[in-house]
Every structure is written in C-alpha cells, then in structure tokens.
Design a protein around this ligand. Structure first.
Ligand SMILES: [Zn+2]
Length: 229
C-alpha cells in the first residue's frame, strides 16, 4: 500500500478539469471545518471554495450554486459550478465522488450503513439525471477508503437491509460492494467505478477508523472540484 497524504482515483485523475482527492491520516484530521479547509488548500483549493456538509446519516441531497453557511444538513451535494469544491468527511463510512463529464456536474456523497440502506448514492445519481440531464453511463465514480467486510461485523437488523450479495458469512457487511451494486443498478458502468478497496480499519498507518479506535479518531476528507480547463 502506497503511503501518501492524498489518495486519488486513476480514472478521475485522467480529467484535467477536475481536482479531487481522499486525504489520509498522514496529512491530519479533517474533523473540524477549519482543518478541512487547510487540507483542501494543500490540493490547490482556495480558502473560500470548500463546501462541507453537516452529515446526518440520511439521504437528503442538496444542489448548490455557491458555498453556503451554515453547512447544509444533508448527506450529498451536487453542483455544476466551477470553483465550488464539494467535501465529505468520513472515518469508516463510504465517501463517494461522482463526475458527469458531459454536462460538467459533480457530486460528493456520504454513505454509512444507514445511507447505504436508503440508497443515498443512487438517489444522488437520480437527482443529477433529473436536474442536469446526466446520463448514468457517462458518469465516473470514485469510492474512497471505508470499512471493509473484513472488519464490519453488524447485527441482523443491519444485515436485513442489504442484499445477500453484500453480506459475508452472514454477519459481515460489505458496504462498499453494496454501493457499487446500487450505482450499477442506476445505470453506471462498473468499469467507470473506481473503488480504491482500502479498509480503514485494517490500514492503521494510513486511515482513521471509528470502529477500530472506538470513536476516538479523526476524519478523512474526500473532495472534488471542477476547475477551468
Ligand atoms: Zn478490514
């Protein structure tokens, strides 16, 4: 495993009009909004460009045209405005970045098991379709570090909310795999989904993990922004 301050999707990185990254613990903790702004600046985002969310573990989605305060109480953001960076903060939950290169629209999604069960990622793509004429097969998706099925033992009440294809051994939820299925169900091509497949709990030197560290942990920042091309 390459130990770097930022991880990137090789597929998204092909697009010159996109700035994106998944921060690791090597660059620090994105728990606070102020720290997140500093981290994003190290990727080339300006101080007033980062839009974060007050994440709710739900499936509300907001389309934004400019950076907003207070933070919207949602779990997904969409914009077609250049220079607005969308950020999601996680420490086991799944960070998802979406790009529609045809219509120049981006989204950032936070999905824990609750958001996974409520299909927040698929609903975000649906809203991009309705609001921006996005065609799912055009979209590129990057899924960052998240807790893997190796380390995500959950109760039956959680298992019951997911298809058996994303459950291992009857007790372990493969949340990123469930999200990949959800996204392909909405029309996104599997080859256009770049799942980094890094388990936050296993990768102690690189990742924060809420579960591994019993809540005493930091947050990763996942960020995407359209810039001039
Ligand atoms: Zn693991």
């Amino acid at each position: 495993m390459k130990k770097s301050k930022w991880l990137q999707s090789a597929i998204l990185a092909r697009y010159s009009g996109i700035l994106h990254g998944f921060s690791t613990s090597l660059i620090g903790d994105a728990s606070s909004a102020e720290q997140s702004v500093l981290l994003s600046c190290s990727l080339g985002v300006k101080k007033n460009q980062l839009q974060l969310m007050s994440q709710q573990h739900g499936c509300d989605i907001k389309i934004i045209n400019d950076v907003e305060r207070p933070l919207p109480r949602v779990d997904a953001l969409i914009t077609n405005v250049r220079g607005v960076a969308l950020g999601v903060r996680t420490a086991d939950c799944v960070p998802i970045l979406i790009y529609d290169p045809q219509n120049r629209v981006i989204a950032a999604v936070h999905a824990g098991w609750r958001g996974g069960a409520e299909h927040v990622a698929g609903k975000t793509v649906d809203l991009m379709k309705h609001s921006f004429n996005t065609k799912a097969p055009d979209c590129i998706v990057a899924i960052g570090p998240a807790i893997g099925e190796c380390c995500f033992e959950v109760g039956q009440e959680v298992i019951d909310k997911f298809p058996s294809s994303s459950v291992a051994g009857g007790t372990h939820l493969d949340l990123p795999a469930a999200i990949v299925t959800e996204l392909t169900d909405t029309g996104i091509k599997r080859d256009n989904i770049d799942w980094l497949n890094i388990c936050t709990s296993c990768e102690k030197g690189l990742c924060f993990s809420h579960r591994r560290d019993k809540g005493m942990t930091g947050r990763h920042l996942a960020m995407i922004m359209m810039c001039d091309i």
